[in-house]
Write a new protein. Structure first.
Lengths: 470, 314
């Protein structure tokens, strides 16, 4: 083949780089950038990450925005169900003289014979029933010496099922009764029956009362719901009570506030303890794996011993051994115990990784090129171990949170009144049947946190696993 | 084989000694002593009591006495339960914990293998999603919540039936054990399900499965003879640690269901600083766990002929 074309000088000019059509370029990503990209594609893991962020905001930032009182007790609002707002009537409770039978009529009634078949009549409520007082009045019964008043939560089914005996009137002329005993905003059934000198009782009458939520002037004043100059004008009017979005616990403490501060305790222990023992594990395991030989054997044998210690038994022993002085929350002893018992698992993991890495060609290459130990550890060992460590850290957090919850649940955790989610569960269990929200809310928060960290751990493991890199 | 077992037994003895010593040190580091619980006693009486329990001797000598008694299989007398021998406490209450634990382990293993195999067979279809969702729930909810819910469940069921099918709490019959064992085994079951699933998926893509399929072996036979048998191996490995998790995790379940197991005695003993009961239960639990892990290791060799314990050096 002969070349017929004439060549010019331009033909010998080098092409511009961009003109290579078959070259495919994509930006080079570091290991961590790549892992982060893959994690972002995992929807479940990302939602978990957002949830964890939300929980941290809830516990650590929210109290700065809204003031919460986690320890203030309000015995008038015990075990309240969650509610948005609650209004209460302000009442001035003066002693009630009650209703009496006129002496003339009393004499006539007392002379008449007592008939056990008669029934108390005209049983009514006097004024509006409220939680500060319920006032009852009835018609006198012939021959009655006194009247017995009962209170029941159900409709009485017979004379033997009248409920709580509130008391007996002292004078025969008194035909009224005022109940001020721990009233709540729910229906009550009041029964009244007459008693004769002989001890015989008449048939009973029942009236239903649903006391309206009320607060005495003095209580409203002491809790800052009204001001001192309002005391007279507010009587008979409604005042808004403190809101308890998530209800209150058995001491009338706001559950939301306790969840916020309980989260601080639970999340702190749950995150800081694994961080510390994983850090300790990196140092111990890394050193053991790096040194190798006899030292490695002895160090790992010791780690095996610590693993063999019955974990929960020692946890409790540590806590008792360090003791809790007055005013201490007990978070520190728990933290120390968890770190001292938790490090060997991380250490064994890191050691295994280091042993594997030591045999890798790139480490050998680095050694051949004259890298010193410091460079080898910082540049090759640590970054390559970090992936596995991060995954194990994420999975350690749920178990740390469980451990805290378990210890608090059996009463060996943080000391009251410091709240923690586990301790709140412990409190809530006692009244679970009647007020389930006291257990359900803290349990829900524990479960959500653990769920989030578990899913994030799954996502991290997938994202960091080099085997699956494609 | 004999040499392997002997070596492991020796290291087990050292481990138990380590546990005993660590517990002894930690226990004596706790301020106070077991006699401080009762109302204040006259110094003379206290001296007598100390002499009776050997508390008047130096700590190092107490440690020596404890070790020699332990070697004779004698854990001494409880401080808080007068005249009750620690050996008797263990003998009476450990069987309760053990029966509960064994039942829980059976439920967990069978459940884990069945659910795990199911999820792998129905991979990425709805049975897989449902079971894996339940697994995530099971590992995320604290065991005491499950215990409470289990108890409520029994109560609701009995009310609905109109008679008491299962007792709500207590101990005695098989009915007493059923729900507590289920609650106790739930976490382990969830863990085993995950393990079984991934191990089944790994096995499914193995060469010998493809060969079996190519040879025309029936799917059922492949599933039972090839997949299940090979996939179950990792499950056996974690059984040892699982026994530890179940026996120590028994506290909560025993507490909620009012079961007279050993766990309750330990918690009580720690709170009252009952030296002998603490030492006895800790050493006993430690020995039990060491033995169980060894047993599982030996079992593993029988199930997987490729692993011959004792022959491999390393």
């Amino acid at each position: 083949m002969t070349l017929t074309q004439t060549l010019t000088a331009d033909d010998f000019a080098p092409l511009a780089k961009a003109q290579h059509p078959d070259q495919i370029v994509r930006p080079s990503l570091s290991y961590w950038q790549d892992a982060w990209r893959r994690l972002q594609r995992n929807r479940r893991a990302m939602w978990s990450l957002y949830l964890i962020a939300a929980l941290l905001l809830f516990s650590y930032v929210l109290p700065f925005v809204v003031p919460f009182d986690a320890v203030g007790q309000d015995l008038t609002q015990i075990s309240q169900a969650p509610s948005l707002e609650k209004k209460s009537l302000v009442v001035d409770t003066q002693p009630w003289p009650g209703q009496q039978v006129r002496p003339a009529e009393l004499a006539r009634l007392q002379s008449a014979p007592f008939d056990p078949a008669t029934r108390v009549t005209g049983l009514t409520l006097v004024g509006e029933a409220n939680t500060e007082s319920v006032r009852l009045a009835w018609q006198p019964v012939a021959g009655a010496k006194a009247y017995q008043v009962y209170r029941h939560l159900l409709v009485p089914s017979g004379a033997t099922d009248l409920g709580l005996p509130l008391g007996q009137t002292e004078q025969p002329e008194q035909v009224s009764y005022e109940d001020r005993l721990k009233l709540q905003n729910m229906p009550y059934y009041y029964s009244v029956r007459a008693v004769a000198d002989t001890g015989e009782v008449s048939d009973y009458a029942t009236v239903k009362a649903t006391p309206r939520l009320a607060i005495s002037v003095r209580a409203a004043l002491s809790r800052g719901l009204i001001t001192a100059d309002q005391t007279d004008s507010m009587i008979g009017r409604e005042v808004e009570l403190q809101r308890h979005l998530m209800g209150t616990d058995y001491l009338g403490r706001d559950l939301l506030a306790r969840l916020v501060y309980g989260g601080q305790t639970s999340l702190f222990i749950g995150i800081v303890a694994p961080l510390l023992f994983v850090a300790m594990g990196i140092v111990y395991g890394g050193l053991s794996g790096y040194l190798g030989g006899r030292t490695d054997e002895v160090m790992m044998r010791f780690a095996d011993f610590v693993i063999a210690l019955p974990f929960l038994l020692f946890m409790i022993l540590f806590r008792v051994a360090m003791g809790i002085g007055p005013g201490e929350s007990g978070v520190t002893p728990m933290l120390i115990a968890m770190v001292l018992l938790g490090w060997p698992t991380a250490a064994k993991l890191v050691r295994g990784q280091v042993l594997q890495l030591r045999e890798q060609p790139f480490v050998e290459a680095a050694q051949l090129m004259g890298a010193n130990s410091r460079y080898l550890i910082l540049r090759h060992m640590l970054p390559n171990v970090m992936g596995v460590v991060l995954v194990s850290l994420t999975f350690s957090i749920p178990s740390a949170i469980f451990t805290e919850a378990f210890l608090s649940f059996i009463g060996m955790g943080v000391a009251p009144p410091t709240p923690s989610w586990g301790a709140m569960c412990n409190d809530g269990v006692k009244s679970f049947m009647s007020h389930p929200h006291e257990l359900l809310f803290p349990a829900l928060f524990i479960s959500l946190t653990v769920l989030a960290f578990n899913l994030l751990g799954d996502g991290l493991r997938d994202a960091l696993d080099a085997k699956m890199k494609g | 084989m004999t040499q392997f077992i002997f070596k492991r037994l020796l290291s087990g003895v050292i481990t138990i000694w380590f546990i005993a010593t660590a517990t002894f040190v930690a226990m004596h580091a706790v301020p106070g002593d077991p006699l401080a619980n009762d109302k204040a006693v006259a110094p003379e009486i206290r001296r007598n009591l100390e002499a009776r329990y050997g508390l008047d001797k130096p700590v190092l000598q107490q440690y020596g006495i404890f070790l020699s008694n332990m070697l004779h299989g004698d854990f001494g007398i409880s401080f808080t339960q007068k005249n009750r021998h620690v050996n008797d406490i263990i003998r009476e209450h450990f069987p309760v914990s053990a029966v509960l634990g064994v039942l829980a382990l059976i439920i967990a293993t069978v459940g884990g293998v069945v659910w795990g195999a199911l999820t792998a067979v129905y991979r990425d279809r709805w049975p897989d999603s449902v079971i894996m969702f339940l697994v995530v729930i099971a590992v995320s909810v604290p065991s005491f919540v499950f215990a409470m819910l289990g108890q409520l469940g029994i109560l609701a069921m009995n009310e609905w039936l109109g008679f008491s099918l299962l007792p709500v709490a207590g101990w005695g019959s098989f009915g007493h054990m059923l729900v507590p064992a289920l609650v106790l085994g739930l976490g382990t079951m969830a863990y085993l399900t995950r393990l079984m699933r991934s191990s089944m998926l790994e096995v499914t893509s193995a060469d010998y499965i493809r060969t079996a399929r190519a040879k025309g072996v029936s799917p059922l036979r492949i599933f039972f003879k090839h997949q299940l048998r090979n996939a179950i191996l990792p499950v056996v490995t974690v059984l040892g640690p699982s026994i530890a998790a179940i026996t120590t995790g028994g506290f909560v379940v025993e507490l909620v269901f009012a079961i007279p197991g050993l766990g309750r005695f330990f918690v009580q003993a720690v709170q009252q600083l009952d030296y002998t009961v603490i030492m006895g239960t800790t050493v006993f639990y430690g020995a039990f766990l060491v033995f169980m892990v060894l047993l599982v290791d030996i079992l593993y060799g029988f199930i997987d002929p490729r692993i011959r314990v004792g022959q491999v050096r390393g």
